[in-house]
Design a protein around this ligand. Structure first.
Ligand SMILES: O=C(CO)COP(=O)(O)O
Length: 250
């Protein structure tokens, strides 16, 4: 399966950056990698219309209900009209700053499923939860919104909160252990293995991408800061297209 590289611009970027990413990521990289750029909502139209933008269109959030009196919200139906194929939900920054609960994120999941947009469910533990070995319980709780659902293709992004924007990344063993736990949880809930892709996110960049992607359980990367640099992002996508994987684990 192709590695999946998703850029999360967060509240950054510009129309000019769209042009620069388009120029840096043209054609040749995409034979073996799938790339998605999640821009702030105002850029989705330009991204969809862009003549030479090869990565797919992604969004960073959607509303947990279909429509109505929710000033400032953007529905999954609207995202679908703009050609969005992936949408992040449950990013730790939104869980913290917008006080998003698992129940709200479950609503967003349902909305995306209803409009055939692939959800990218972001989960991860804090430093304290890692230190106190409660990360399994935390991830399990965040994944519980997938239970009792009609399974559809899903991406889970494992982003330890302590690794986001800090330059710190977990050890290969810790990533392996967390991803194995996630895979077991989700397949136990009835999702066929072929519906599930698990990404790593948190301080991924052009320097460490090849190493992270060489871990057999890592299906791709969710990239924040480094995705704002066109040449770094292009290099990460190019690394992901390298089919000669050194697998560190069988
Ligand atoms: O939060 C992230 C992507 O969603 C990761 O951000 P950084 O790559 O900047 O650490």
């Amino acid at each position: 399966m192709k590695k999946l590289i998703i850029a999360n611009w967060k509240m950054n970027g510009s129309l000019r950056l769209l042009d620069e990413i388009a120029a840096a990521t043209q054609g040749q990289f995409f034979a073996n990698a799938e790339a998605v750029v999640c821009t702030p909502a105002p850029y989705l139209h330009a991204l969809g219309q862009h003549k030479s933008f090869t990565p797919k269109t992604g969004a960073q959030n959607c509303a947990s209900t279909a429509n109505g009196a929710h000033t400032g919200e953007i529905s999954a139906a609207m995202l679908a009209e703009f050609g969005v194929s992936y949408c992040l939900i449950g990013h730790s920054e939104r869980r913290q700053s917008q006080l998003e609960t698992n129940a709200m994120i479950g609503g967003k999941l349902q909305q995306l499923k209803d409009h055939s947009i692939i959800p990218v469910l972001c989960i991860g533990e804090t430093q304290a939860e890692r230190d106190h070995a409660t990360w399994c319980a935390v991830l399990g709780e965040q994944l519980a919104i997938l239970a009792n659902q009609n399974p559809t293709p899903i991406v889970i992004a494992y982003e330890p909160i302590w690794a986001i924007g800090t330059g710190r990344i977990p050890t290969p063993d810790d990533i392996y252990e967390a991803l194995a736990f996630i895979r077991t949880c989700v397949t136990t809930m009835g999702y066929p293995a072929g519906y599930l892709r698990i990404l790593y996110g948190g301080s991924a960049n052009a320097e460490n991408a090849a190493r992270l992607l060489s871990l057999a359980s890592v299906d791709g990367l969710l990239v924040g800061g480094a995705s704002l640099n066109p040449s770094q992002f292009a290099q990460i996508v190019a690394n992901a297209g390298d089919t000669n994987w050194r697998t560190m684990r069988a």
